[in-house]
Design a protein around this ligand. Sequence first.
Ligand code: NAI
Ligand code: DG6
Length: 535
Amino acid sequence: VHPTAARRPHAITVQSENTLYTDEHITAKFFNRGAEVNVTNGQFNITPTVQEYEFQTKRTPGKTGLMMIGIGGNNGTTLCATILANRYNIIWHTKAGVQQPNYIGSLLRASTVRIGTEPGSGKEVHVPVSDVLPMVHPNDLVLGGWDISGVPMDKAMERAQVLDYDLQRQVAPHIALLGKPLPSIYYPDFIAANQEARADNVIPGTDKAAHLEHIRADIRKFKKDNELDRVVVFWTANTERYSDIIPGVNDTADNLLASIKSSHSEVSPSTLFAVAAILEGEPFVNGAPQNTFVPGAIELAERHHSFIGGDDLKSGQTKLKSVLAEFLVNAGIKPLSIASYNHLGNNDGHNLSAERQFRSKEISKSSVVDDMVDANRLLYKAPEIGPKGVPVGKGEHPDHIVVIKYVPAVGDSKRAIDEYYSEIFCGGRSTINIFNECEDSLLATPLILDLTILTELLTRVQYRQVTPNAREQKDFAPLYSVLSLLSYMLKAPLVKPGTEVVNSLNRQRNALEGFLKACIGLEGSSDLLLETRIW
Ligand code: NAI
Ligand code: DG6
């Protein structure tokens, strides 16, 4: 029995000539306001701009599947077990008392958005983010996926040692029904050698084109067997090493497809999975740091109008860093160095103890302060301009180091230590130290859910530019393939090539809130609160 929790009908209706509801769609007008800045001889000439758009959102989320690559790992098993606990309302005993299942840590299901004010009192009204537009409920996701380890899901949950014993005991009969993960693609060169003992569930052979077809067939079968409208394919498998970007191999869509045909050694398992999802027209999200989305994969997604998002779940240390670094720089304080250490003892930590896999993680953890530093050239010197008018280097930057160590004894409970050493007023110094301890997989799981649910939603949103001349009206089109609106949950957000990465957590959240509101015809949150500032 699959008890679908009682669902509230969609709770929000916007009464405005800009928002139109039909049984099938919500269509809303949106005015994209900006400012064009021309700089001449140090003078900033600014022209406000406005462009009208319409967003159209399909109202009914389809039946959605989540296929995880690495389903038998800590994140995969924790996600399956906690969805089942929520779905069947399993309560369990801990040494602190009785625990209910919940979705704490999910931006969509456990946080709210300010939607307006009450007439008269002016009191602010907040609603759950998941109420702004119709979204899939996590309890309703159909779960499946691949793992190179063939341990059945109940035993894999036990192996992960994340959840309390009493919860594991009660969830076991449910999670056991998921059986054994589907066999997966294993190319030993991409993950740490210490993972080899796990790899007992692999698709045979070395023919990459055959592997691609195998994965495509798995996605189609899962979709058909479960009568799904949408399958989100999600990489939560081991961190791979970076793939070399080689002209003629993975730099264009055609070259990448040809390299798969010739089983080129530089095509990674994660890129093969991404290509499979893209060709099946299903979205693919990369929850790990490696460069799965080589230029050829991005071009392929564009060509097929498929959706992709990544990279690397932003769970704890990096999330805090993106807030703290922005706070310091926006307060006019100059971080001179940021030193981040963490140690953990789960299988992720074991894999990351290998140099090349650590390097992938180091890159994704290091980029997070770049845009904040670039935005403040009062504190940090801009790069020198070379003889051809091109900037040389990146300009002044705080020292930033990232260290990860594998300490088996602490298991999934990650310890993260950060020192922020900054210059303050007139030569003073400030040191902030942070120590955080938490179960890594319990931070990551809600992010996987949010990414999956948002991705499904974004596949239902279309847009069109409104031109002054109605006869030139364009048809509604899907959003751009790279879903940068997912950035809030990702350490190294993938963005449209040629556009800037935004790492500020606040800006990422504002973008998401602003977009969800735009789809129902509301303006993004303004903190001007004019009515509180005037008579
Ligand atoms: P894990 O090591 O427990 O699980 C990974 C699973 O992937 C393992 O079961 C392994 O057998 C499987 N695997 C490896 N290569 C595979 C392949 N080619 N195909 C299918 N399965 C494969 O790791 P965990 O803790 O679940 O993390 C998963 C990923 O998420 C890692 O890359 C990690 O760096 C990333 N991540 C985790 C965060 C967290 O807070 N837990 C946060 C950010 C990223
Ligand atoms: C060691 O850093 C393990 C990693 O997989 C992290 O737990 C993960 O990348 C989360 O990192 P952060 O910086 O978002 O807490």
